[in-house]
Design a protein around this ligand. Structure first.
Ligand SMILES: Cc1cc2nc3c(=O)[nH]c(=O)nc-3n(C[C@H](O)[C@H](O)[C@H](O)COP(=O)(O)OP(=O)(O)OC[C@H]3O[C@@H](n4cnc5c(N)ncnc54)[C@H](O)[C@@H]3O)c2cc1C
Length: 558
């Protein structure tokens, strides 16, 4: 169903479950409920995956440092989910060698006991021994799965041979494996479309918000037309992440579940740094225990992240102080590499929906997830607090099971080994991939290079994209020949694009990897508008709005 059909169906087919929020936790739960045949409606007041889920450090990880907080259950769950993500979405989640440069040997051994006794003001820098112990646990949690190799710890000489630009004062380096989520935004939309593909009982609307409640009736508003609607679900799931308490307030519930922290990132075009990290994520800490990561993104580099107490998710932007801090941190590990502000091609920021606590150090607030249950008269409202991108599937499963127990349904299907989007029927190994692409070439007659590009972008969903390309006259974009007109049209028609920035920021990596120019933005507005029925005035409004978002939120100016 398209947007108008879904809206029209709200009267004739009321949803059993209403999910507020289309970040990864709402979408994960949507897919699980849809898979089990539940009538479910998901709404997001903005675009899907535009909140905390779009601000992540792109790591599918267990979170080795949470071991120090004694969070063994969380880390075990997260490394298992990391492995599942690599297996279920191999087109977008790849194993990632992660290296920790180590400058001390015994330091940090007392962090865990002090934390346990409530005496830890500031963790001290972790030395080789603490890191080694952590990595032994980390490997042990998934020893049987063997999805990624085990860790290794090497001395100064071997480290500098592999990373010649690293600070020569280094004593050791530990390398272990996590996962890299190339595009959290694409992974989310593909997961959402998988949910909708289960049938007309599963419906999702972006730019649709909750206004209020009357009895068991929830009032909704179409943010495009301004029209209001009512639905009477049997259960509401509040998956609005850092907005949870605000959304609950609209439902008449006064809660204080969230104590968010802001995290920012930079994307840099710095070939020397990109070469120096040699395809590894470099994961280290500042002298005060704050975590820094330098993360490979093709020929670009991502740097993050901060962890600062912060309330208003709408107001989160990367501040000049954060930029200075990140640049300084690169110097700590790669002192010879110059980073200039002019090399920043994109910045982004978001608020982690962490559980409210009195903890003094933001980095030590638990990243675990839990469900809070409230009632509006007799209507249950489940608020999904906390959680990591990595653990969304497990969290969604727990929420879905809770819904089943409250509504007296039973589970008919699970998501453990369920592929996501273009990860379905994904060829294993280069020979299989070659054959898969050869078949696609026979089916569509498209050139091999283009097929490879589309396969890298969309995994096996590229079969759908290619069929669309082959079904009509297609031309490469004038301002970026790496994309074609029909590819863009495919995304606009099939992936719930409403505004131009949905396409630039979330259906493609164009903005994120610094691939935009003013002529390209205009070209993309023309193509999108041709399908979405934008007149010249609307087109200009979309362009202006996109330029404002790029400048204010991402520091991208033309
Ligand atoms: C800086 C940072 C770095 C991170 N790094 C990692 C990492 O590397 N790995 C990892 O595993 N995790 C990471 N995380 C954590 C992870 O990204 C989040 O925990 C997760 O994305 C939260 O998802 P969510 O669905 O709960 O919330 P969100 O993604 O914020 O989704 C909530 C949605 O609700 C919508 N909404 C708000 N109010 C309403 C309303 N009234 N009605 C309808 N919709 C509404 C919003 O528009 C939004 O889309 C990071 C988080 C941050 C902020």
């Amino acid at each position: 169903m398209d947007r108008q059909e879904i809206i029209a169906s709200l009267n004739t087919r009321p949803p059993t479950v209403l999910i507020l929020g289309g970040g990864i936790n709402g979408i994960g739960t949507f897919r699980d409920l849809a898979l089990n045949g539940i009538d479910v409606l998901l709404i997001d007041q903005a675009d899907f995956c535009s909140g905390a889920s779009a601000a992540s450090s792109h790591m599918a990880h267990g979170g080795i440092r949470y071991l120090e907080n004694g969070e063994f259950r969380l880390v075990r769950e997260a490394v298992r989910e990391r492995n599942r993500l690599i297996e279920n979405a191999p087109h977008l989640v790849k194993p990632l060698a992660t290296t920790i440069p180590i400058f001390k040997i015994f330091s940090g051994l007392l962090n865990a006991p002090f934390k346990f006794l409530g005496l830890l003001e500031k963790p001290s820098e972790r030395g080789a021994l603490v890191i080694k112990i952590g990595l032994i646990f980390y490997d042990a949690f998934t020893r049987s799965q063997k999805t990624v190799p085990f860790h290794r710890l090497v001395g100064r000489k071997k480290t500098l041979a592999e990373f010649p630009d690293m600070d020569p004062d280094i004593r050791y380096a530990a390398t272990y494996y996590d996962g890299s989520i190339l595009s959290p935004e694409r992974l989310s939309i593909e997961l959402l479309l998988d949910g909708e593909a289960e049938g007309e009982h599963a419906r999702a609307l972006n730019y649709f918000s909750v206004r209020g409640v009357e009895g068991n009736c929830i009032q909704l508003r179409d943010e495009l037309s301004g029209l209001e609607y009512e639905v009477s679900p049997r259960l509401v799931i509040n998956a609005t992440g850092p907005w949870i308490d605000l959304a609950n307030l609209r439902l008449g519930l006064k809660t204080h579940y969230i104590g968010g922290t802001k995290g920012s990132h930079l994307v840099l075009d710095n070939p020397a740094l990109s070469k120096a990290i040699a395809g590894h994520e470099i994961f280290f800490e500042n002298k005060d225990g704050r975590i820094v990561l330098i993360f490979p993104l093709g020929d670009k580099v991502l740097i993050g992240t901060s962890d600062l107490s912060f309330e208003d998710p709408e107001a989160a932007t990367c501040s000049p102080a954060e930029v200075d801090y990140f640049i300084g941190m690169v110097q700590r590990v790669f002192p010879g590499i110059k980073v200039e502000p002019s090399q920043i091609i994109f910045r982004f920021s978001g608020v982690r929906p962490l559980a409210y606590t009195q903890a003094k150090i933001a980095g030590q607030i638990t990243r675990d997830h839990h469900i809070h249950e409230d009632l509006i008269e007799r209507l249950p409202v489940l608020s999904l607090v906390g959680g990591k991108w990595t653990t969304f599937r497990a969290f969604a499963e727990q929420v879905t099971d809770k819904v089943f127990s409250l509504l007296d349904f039973s589970r008919t299907a699970g998501t453990h080994n369920l592929p996501i989007g273009g990860g379905g029927n994904y060829p294993t190994g280069s020979e299989d991939t070659r054959k898969w692409l050869e078949n696609l070439e026979k089916e569509t007659g498209l050139p091999t290079r283009q097929l490879e590009t589309l396969f890298n972008r969309y995994g096996t969903r590229s079969r759908l994209v290619c069929a669309h390309l082959a079904a009509g006259k297609d031309t490469r974009l004038v301002s970026n020949p790496d994309f074609s007109q029909r590819e863009i049209l495919y995304l606009v028609q099939n992936e719930k694009v409403v505004h131009l920035d949905d396409l630039l920021l979330r259906r493609t990596l164009l903005a994120f990897l610094g691939g935009l120019s003013l002529p390209l933005i205009v070209e993309l507005a023309d193509i999108s508008g041709s399908f979405l029925g934008w007149d010249d005035g609307r087109k200009q409004k979309e362009i202006n709005q996109t330029l404002a978002i790029l400048a204010q939120k991402h520091g991208v100016k033309f």
